[in-house]
Design a protein around this ligand. Structure first.
Ligand code: PLP
Length: 365
């Protein structure tokens, strides 16, 4: 390890914080990097901007949006929940309706998960911002971008996001261990009045130390060096190309799911995530069994169903440093594991459908 209090350290930290702003697509936002995970990022975003008893509006469309809401409740916040089916995206019209009904502007923030990893559903964050504005409401917009950032387009400034949270282990392609938050100037202005207790996650301590290129305590050093590499890799490919690659890989996976005669948990095509696909298993089959067989027999890690959709789906992750052949290999493993679990599937059917997609539009070399 290197000395994180040395005079050489700011040369690593300062460009990292600046470069993360490019990934979030913000000029005026401030980035905070904690030795934590996405869950720590949720907590940091809330405790720095809110007081116990504050009211929030939270959209719940899956396990992680449920977790974000629970995190707020554990800090003494009251959350009005907009519940939708797990498989649906956040409904901007219902957000607007709830905010219009709050004439006294008691609701201080709206919580939305950009990419609900549990269901493979991407929500339209820009539309949620338009809904807040249409209601003429001052609530801050809190967005979980844990499984979307650096995989799916995200526009902090253009979408009027106030707080966004991500982790190192998804689109950034690192091991877990960094919880990263970006805050707008409006969000930072809420800090002096925010009375939720905070120590480790205090933005103020972090901002003061970061201003000199340091951290208030020992940072996750090895992950910061890794982050330097991962940002260089992403910028080298170009973020737009990274998004296009994820779209293309996802289209292949979706073609495979269709060829298997199965459905995605995402109930509309336009909601299907480009970073993860949740596949609904036929009645009588346990999705967890598919995941376990894939792991034990084929050394393939799929995601299981979480919360309401436990056993009903399994998930194929297609984010980060991934190419067509890696996805085709994974799809072959999925087919074998599905057959082992009792699902009728012609081996090669999904692989062939995905390969057709990938062969049609080869990437420029
Ligand atoms: N939010 C989303 C959308 C996630 O997918 C995850 C984890 O997968 C989390 C939050 C929680 O992040 P972590 O597990 O890094 O604490």
């Amino acid at each position: 390890m290197e000395d994180h209090r040395s005079s050489a350290f700011p040369a690593l930290v300062r460009p990292l914080l600046e470069d993360l702003k490019h990934v979030f697509r913000t000029a005026g936002g401030q980035v905070f990097v904690f030795a934590a995970t996405g869950s720590g990022g949720w907590e940091a975003s809330l405790v720095n901007t809110r007081s116990p008893g504050d009211r929030l509006l939270g959209v719940r469309n899956g396990h992680f949006s449920h977790g974000f809401i629970e995190c707020a409740r554990r800090h003494g916040l009251t959350v009005d929940v907009v519940d939708v089916a797990w498989g649906d995206a956040a409904p901007p019209d219902r957000v607007e309706e709830a905010l219009r009904a709050d004439a006294a502007h008691e609701i201080k923030g709206v919580l939305v998960v950009h990419n609900e990893t549990a269901t493979g559903v991407t929500s339209d964050v820009a539309a949620v911002r338009r809904a807040i504005d249409a209601a003429g409401h001052p609530a801050l917009l809190y967005v979980d971008a844990v499984s979307s950032l650096a995989s799916i387009p995200f526009e902090f400034d253009a979408w009027g996001v106030d707080l966004v949270i991500t982790g190192s282990q998804k689109g950034l392609g690192l091991p877990p261990g960094l919880g990263i938050v970006c805050a707008s100037q409006r969000a930072l202005a809420a800090m002096p009045d925010a009375r939720c207790s905070r120590s480790f996650f205090d933005f103020g301590d972090m901002a003061r130390a970061n201003a000199g290129g340091y951290f208030p305590y020992t940072p996750a050093l090895s992950l910061l060096f890794g982050l330097r590499e991962s940002l260089d890799i992403l910028f080298d490919e170009g973020l737009d190309n990274v998004f296009a690659r994820h779209r293309r890989l996802a289209e292949g996976v979706r073609a495979a799911v269709a060829a298997w005669g199965l459905a995605t948990c995402a109930r509309r095509r336009e909601w299907c995530s480009d970073s993860v696909t949740a596949v609904v298993v036929p009645d009588g089959v346990d999705g967890a069994e598919v995941v376990d067989l894939a792991f034990r027999r084929y050394n393939l890690s799929l995601g299981g169903g979480l919360g309401q959709v436990a056993g009903k789906v399994f998930r194929i992750g297609h984010m980060g440093d991934l190419n067509e052949l890696m996805v085709l290999g994974a799809l072959a493993g999925v087919e074998m594991a599905m057959r082992d679990a009792g699902i009728t599937v012609a081996l090669g059917s999904g692989v062939g459908a995905a390969a057709e997609v990938y062969a049609q539009r080869p990437l420029d070399m």
